[in-house]
Design a protein around this ligand. Sequence first.
Ligand code: SF4
Ligand code: SF4
Length: 175
Amino acid sequence: MIETDNQKNRITSDFTKAIKEFELYEKFYRTLSDNGIKYLKSLSGKYKQILSNIQKIILPSIKRNCPTCNINCCHLSSPELSIYVAGTVGGFSIVDYLLIRCDTVLPEPYYDNVEKNLCPFWKDGCVLPVDCRSYLCIQYFCDKLRKELDMTLVSKYLEKAKLVLNKFSIGECMV
Ligand code: SF4
Ligand code: SF4
């Protein structure tokens, strides 16, 4: 994709907003009481277990295909084939961020990647633990992977993850 100046400016502006929003997620997390963290942990375990189950199914295909793939789906150069969007950091919303953050400190994002249109959690692959991905990232499968995977099983787990996210209440974690 050849980027115009307008596209580049829009990506930079989207990303600047995304970084601020991501920092607010962490600030919010730090204001939570012990009860709030307890509530988060009660849902986080389920979310992470579901992500681990999905990863067990998909990792063999990922290891087989991704290292030699010339489409890096964590890059903005092929937006139609990409999971990474400049309006987020790592695809996180506040809900999945809080669920994975409550018992895990994430690696620092490499914000220099933004210059290369790359997700800030990418460095020779995703640097996030396998059970600490955003829902946006975990639900993405390219055609190549879809052909190899039992997508019925994967979809079943994705639905379960969605149920956990839908059940989440910001109000309850502020108690
Ligand atoms: S998920 Fe698919 S498109 Fe993305 S790097 Fe792997 S093989 Fe390539
Ligand atoms: S968080 Fe990981 S999987 Fe998601 S876009 Fe970034 S590098 Fe890719």
